[in-house]
Design a protein around this ligand. Structure first.
Ligand SMILES: Cc1cc2nc3c(=O)[nH]c(=O)nc-3n(C[C@H](O)[C@H](O)[C@H](O)COP(=O)(O)OP(=O)(O)OC[C@H]3O[C@@H](n4cnc5c(N)ncnc54)[C@H](O)[C@@H]3O)c2cc1C
Length: 350
């Protein structure tokens, strides 16, 4: 049952005791949490944090796997779902800035911005995240990610709000430097007007408007990704030093062309210069899983998708334990075949 609590300053938070976690997350699994709290503002957050030492903040719970045994603590959800342009249109400037609260739905914002003729979020139309979760995970697809559009992030840290510029957010591949105790309140995004369509990625498809690109990517996604309850990709892409990728592995993975020219392109093998002097390559995890013939493998109600090997689907009656057992099976088979340790992108909440 939901309760509304007033704080000393009159701020209201909504509280649900013994909340059903399976109803909260895109995986549709999990037991119960002691409490679920919806907070709209920093006073509400302070009030929520005072309820429990054990807490976690969630967005749309699209990357989370809750345990069958539930969560013995408080789940905090930010409710700020407002967004607004921060500056008036200025004909001399290339950019427009939009502030989005942590609770804004990323695909909705992406569509609104594309409709407004702004580039920057056209890759995001199919990612079921809220802005807070998208920033924390540096969500991305089709060559774009949050790190390329975030100008600054408002964070609730140690009881007060601070603003961090992009370079202080510690963005990396599907990760950021925010700590577990940091609560993202919202982010200011820097978007480009349609007439300024000059980025590398856009050059390829520069005849498309932002909305056309968004629809194009959504269609591509619908063909490549399975329907059903999931968390998207379960494992991160594998980063290897180029010298570690021997030809037998390359053959097994059907990486037929490893020339530097192709490696630096927009293909599924991406080369980049990391911290090490040696060039590294990034290989999608599904290639390893596919090469182990694991598509269709099932434990209880959890199944490795036949359409995309890096998706583990809840076929309807999966337990969290089924999904975890399947994750471990995939990891061990890939390790046995390739001596590669797959890293989880899915976050298990324990
Ligand atoms: C069908 C499907 C397709 C997907 N496709 C993609 C894709 O193409 N690209 C991609 O990158 N991801 C994809 N995902 C995964 C997921 O949508 C992203 O990881 C997303 O960034 C998670 O956002 P969320 O709001 O659901 O966060 P949650 O899953 O709720 O949380 C993720 C993490 O962020 C933290 N967090 C959430 N909100 C806040 C906040 N306000 N302050 C601080 N920390 C917070 C949580 O504590 C947790 O650590 C997909 C998922 C599904 C189900």
């Amino acid at each position: 049952m939901s309760q509304i609590l007033n704080s000393g300053k009159g701020t209201k938070i909504e509280l649900i005791q013994n909340a059903d976690l399976s109803a909260l997350c895109t995986y549709g699994v999990g037991g119960r949490a002691k409490r679920l709290v919806f907070a709209r503002c920093t006073d509400g957050l302070n009030q929520a944090l005072g309820l429990d030492d054990n807490w976690i903040v969630i967005g749309n719970a699209s990357k989370l796997l809750f345990l069958d045994s539930g969560f013995d603590g408080t789940i905090i959800a930010t409710k700020d779902d407002k967004y607004f342009f921060k500056t008036q249109k200025d004909d001399k400037s290339d950019f427009e800035f939009v502030y989005a609260g942590a609770g804004v739905k990323l695909p909705l914002l992406a569509r609104q911005m594309c409709k407004a003729g702004l580039y920057g979020l056209e890759w995001a139309g199919g990612i079921p995240a809220l802005i807070g979760g998208a920033v924390k995970m540096n969500a991305g697809a089709h060559g774009g990610d949050m790190a390329t559009v975030v100008k600054s992030v408002d964070v609730f840290k140690n009881g007060k709000k601070i603003v961090l510029t992009n370079c202080r957010c510690g963005f990396g591949y599907r990760q950021s430097g925010f700590e577990r105790s940091d609560i993202i309140l919202g982010a200011t995004l820097q978007l480009k007007r349609a007439s300024q369509n000059q980025s590398d990625k856009m050059v390829i498809e520069k005849t498309k408007s932002p909305l056309e690109l968004l629809n194009f990517y959504n269609k591509k996604r619908a063909l490549a990704q399975p329907k059903g309850k999931s968390c998207g990709s379960v494992f991160k892409a594998v980063t290897l030093n180029k010298s570690d990728l021997n030809h037998s592995v390359a053959n097994l993975l059907k990486l037929d062309d490893l020339k530097p020219k192709r490696l630096s392109g927009q293909n599924d093998i991406k080369a980049f210069n990391g911290q090490s002097a040696e060039p590294t390559i990034q290989i999608p995890a599904w290639k390893f899983i596919d090469a182990c013939n694991l598509k269709g493998t099932q434990i209880g109600g959890a199944i490795v998708s036949k359409i995309h090997a890096n998706f583990i689907i809840n076929s309807g009656n999966a337990k969290s334990d089924d999904i975890i057992s399947l994750i471990n099976l995939v990891k061990s088979q890939v390790y046995d075949k390739f001596s590669i340790k797959l890293l989880q992108e899915v976050i298990i909440v324990d």
